[in-house]
Design a binder for this molecule. Structure first.
Ligand SMILES: Cc1cc2nc3c(=O)[nH]c(=O)nc-3n(C[C@H](O)[C@H](O)[C@H](O)COP(=O)(O)OP(=O)(O)OC[C@H]3O[C@@H](n4cnc5c(N)ncnc54)[C@H](O)[C@@H]3O)c2cc1C
Length: 460
């Protein structure tokens, strides 16, 4: 590798790129990393972390409401959007600096510039510099897409802008039914907005278990989010400080902000990928093998730009595995099965493994265990809410192949349940585990009777 300026050039300083750069440097590689915006990438700057901070902020409202049943008198409350955003930005700035310090310490040279490929071994930087690299890792992530061009599309914001709105919007219309749309609906609703969620499909959270989708919708509507499905935004018209949003089917909604969360596209454009011999997969991301190697022998790609499972821990694991494979003498393929995931909606969703529909399509016999119950806290708070827990079991092997939770703490529950599911725990193992009382999660080890699920009950 002596003929090259660096052993590894990483394009993109997000979750995957930063991990790969650090670990490769720790393995002894000479590493350079280019980031065109801010170190930390989507997760830290305008994704998971700031989102979760806003979710925390939005949940105080429910806590204030619930407090009365427990004897508290909550004085008049008020909410200051500017204070929240300023505090959030301070924390994000701290994290960004910490990422830079970690890379510095590992000996990675950071360049704050856009990078593209001139050929398979040559990186062109926007500051004019050219760098010859033995290996290149493309970790450029993904960016919001806006769907079809419609009148007034230029007035629409994405999640990127939602984190920096100068004023708090009293009325918000969100188009989309995926986790980002649903999470922002919960955030704005909790903070006091009137929220309308418009989605073209028949129900929110496509790809999640049908009972989860149904339960979450019921709970979101009970909290005040207006969910309109089977419909799209057809035009947005400015109307004296707000917007008149026209929906397919003829309805019209007035909103102070219109946000689209209709999908994200891998950032592959104008990177010089074709010139370097890097092919794009049918999913729109860079085509890679199990070791994240692209169709060009010395170019690898990790994270959202490959469009496999677009989550931070997955990008990090892929970046780490790449560095171990190429620079650590330890070929490592990432296992993409049974990846737990959460939706930080209100209430929360936590899930791992197969949905009931997926299990029925793949397994000879699928058993379902389900509990829908009023949580203990709701007895005194008086809140009309339910927690849902569902286990999907392979009827032949007795293995628990799916675990789905809707309710407070669902994400934390799913992370721990994922260990059992990943290990291949059986329903008998769950049953043999002592309950921890009083918790909601104890239902997962006390469900004895197979149940007809919501979806099947509705169909029957
Ligand atoms: C609103 C939102 C909420 C999310 N919430 C969660 C969550 O709760 N949990 C979870 O696991 N995941 C969440 N995600 C997804 C998660 O953020 C991504 O999966 C993760 O950040 C992907 O990491 P990455 O390294 O592939 O890309 P990114 O983190 O996007 O990093 C790519 C970096 O490359 C830079 N870049 C792009 N092109 C160039 C170039 N040519 N030259 C130099 N730099 C370039 C970009 O500026 C960016 O910093 C969320 C995403 C969004 C948008």
């Amino acid at each position: 590798m002596a003929d090259y300026d660096v052993d590894l050039f990483v394009i993109g300083g997000g979750s995957g790129g930063v991990r790969a750069a650090r670990v490769a440097a720790e393995h002894g590689a000479r590493v350079m990393l280019a980031e065109e915006y801010r170190l930390g990438g989507t997760c830290v700057i305008r994704g998971c972390v700031p989102k979760k901070l806003l979710v925390y902020a939005s949940r105080f409202r429910g806590e204030f409401e619930d407090a009365a049943g427990f004897g508290w008198t909550v004085a008049q409350t008020s909410f200051d959007w500017s204070a929240l955003i300023a505090n959030k930005d301070r924390e994000i700035g701290r994290l960004e600096a910490a990422y830079g310090a970690t890379l510095d310490k590992a000996g990675v040279r950071i360049v704050k510039a856009r990078a593209t490929l001139a050929d398979a071994h040559t990186v062109q930087l926007a500051n004019g510099e050219r760098v010859r690299a033995a290996y290149v890792l493309v970790a450029t992530g993904a960016a919001p897409s806006y769907g079809d061009v419609i009148p007034g599309l230029d007035h629409v914001i994405s999640s990127n802008e939602a984190f920096h709105l100068p004023d708090f919007p009293r009325r918000v219309l969100i188009q989309g039914g995926g986790y980002i749309a649903v999470e922002f609906a919960g955030i704005f609703c909790g903070l006091g907005s009137h929220v309308t969620l418009v989605y073209r499909g028949d129900n929110i959270l496509r790809g999640f278990d049908d009972d989860v989708r149904r339960q979450l919708r019921v709970e979101m509507e009970a909290r005040g989010v207006k969910v309109i499905t089977g419909c799209t935004v057809s035009a947005i018209e400015p109307a004296g400080g707000h917007y008149s949003v026209h929906l397919s089917g003829g309805n019209q909604v007035t909103a102070d902000r219109v946000m689209f969360a209709v999908g994200r596209r891998p950032s592959v454009a104008k990177l010089g990928l074709a010139e370097a011999g890097v092919a794009i997969a049918p999913n729109g991301g860079i085509a890679v093998d199990h070791y994240s190697r692209s169709t060009a022998a010395n170019i690898y790609a990790v994270g959202d730009v490959t469009n496999r499972i677009n989550l931070t821990p997955v990008a990090i694991r892929e970046g780490h595995a790449f560095a171990d494979t190429v620079f650590g003498g330890k070929p490592t393929a990432v296992d993409h099965t049974n990846v737990p995931t959460a939706v930080f909606s209100e209430p929360e969703v936590g899930t791992v493994g197969l949905t009931e529909t997926q299990a029925r399509a793949r397994l000879q016999q699928t058993d379902v265990y389900e509990a829908i119950f009023k949580p203990l806290k709701a007895t005194l708070s008086g809140r009309d809410t339910r927690v849902m827990m569902k286990l999907v079991v392979d009827g032949q092997s007795d293995r628990v192949v799916g675990c789905h939770v809707v309710g407070e703490g669902a994400a934390e529950i799913a992370q721990v349940a994922a260990i059992a599911v990943k290990m291949g725990a059986t329903k008998a193992d769950f049953d043999a585990t002592m309950a921890l009382h009083p918790t909601a999660a104890e239902e997962l080890v006390t469900m004895r009777k197979k149940t007809a699920s919501y979806a099947r009950a509705a169909a029957e």
